[in-house]
Design a protein around this ligand. Structure first.
Ligand code: KIV
Length: 275
């Protein structure tokens, strides 16, 4: 069954946890989908884990559309939520609606995600009015890394905690169907989850959220440039990949790959006529 915004709503009502993982290409999306993960986030983390940038700021609309469309082709049941990249919605409500529309039309997303609280509520409202579901994202919002002065836990002081709660409520009021809470202390994330009617999806926000999201390269140990405390490495696929690549080098060098079963045959008479 295809996941929709209703699945999110019902899960919160029934207190069933929601699962979300990132994917950026067709074959990974297929694997994630086949594993029963309910939603796939085409995150702008793409910039770091796929494109090798030091942050997410350089990611473009064209990057997001390209990868979102590939993921959408592989996701049969999982709901595809695509990130709006830096400066595709902050500039104006008009830009936000046009760019959200492009992610739906060209990127075949089912919903968009954007970062920010009170300052982006007019954008959320306008995108939702255009019949595009919006997932919000507060706490540590990586597009604001320069304003934060680094990747840091958010909401630890009273004023910041109050502000996050206020933002979560405003986002719900603006019409978002879910909100990602990133790098927020567990007790605060749990409190926010209890105070709002839309599902919270946590990343580094503890077990009290309505759902969880991780970057798949982090949880499979395929990306080593950064190791956030909140990531659990469920498998060491990075090591498995390196072992496979090393075996390939060895077998090509020693001439044991390709073997007979990997090669195509031709009648000797054809070759003889070439002399
Ligand atoms: O870009 C991304 O992958 C994200 C998640 C970390 C929530 O926004």
């Amino acid at each position: 069954m295809k996941t929709t915004v209703n699945t999110f709503r019902n899960a919160k009502e029934k207190k069933e946890k929601i699962t979300m993982l990132t994917a950026y290409d067709y074959s990974t999306a297929k694997l994630v989908d086949e594993s029963g993960v309910e939603s796939i986030l085409v995150g702008d983390s793409l910039g770091m884990v796929c494109l090798g940038y030091e942050d997410t700021l350089s990611v473009t609309m064209e990057d997001m559309i390209h990868h979102s469309a590939a993921v959408a082709r592989g996701a049969k049941n999982a709901m595809v939520i695509t990130d709006m990249p830096f400066m595709s919605y902050q500039t104006s409500v008009y830009d936000a609606v046009v760019n959200a529309g492009r992610l739906m039309k060209e990127g075949r997303a089912q919903a968009v995600k954007l970062e920010g609280g009170l300052e982006v509520c007019p954008q959320i409202e306008a995108i939702v009015k255009a019949s595009i579901p919006v997932c919000a994202h507060i706490g540590l919002t990586p597009q604001s890394v320069n304003a934060f002065g680094g990747f840091k836990v958010q909401g630890k002081e009273e004023a910041a905690a109050k502000r996050l709660l206020e933002e979560a409520k405003a986002i719900e009021e603006a019409g978002a169907f879910a909100v990602v809470l990133e790098c927020v202390p567990e007790k605060l994330a749990t409190f926010i989850t209890e105070q709002i009617g839309i599902p919270t999806i946590g990343i580094g926000a503890g077990a009290g959220c309505d759902g969880q999201v991780l970057v798949y390269q982090d949880m499979l140990a395929m990306y080593s440039d950064m190791a956030p405390k909140f990531v659990k490495q469920f498998r060491n696929v990075g090591e498995q990949m390196c072992a496979g690549f090393r075996d390939y080098v060895k077998e090509v060098k020693e001439g044991t790959f390709p073997a007979q079963e990997h090669t195509f045959k031709i009648d000797d008479s054809v070759i003889e006529k070439l002399y």
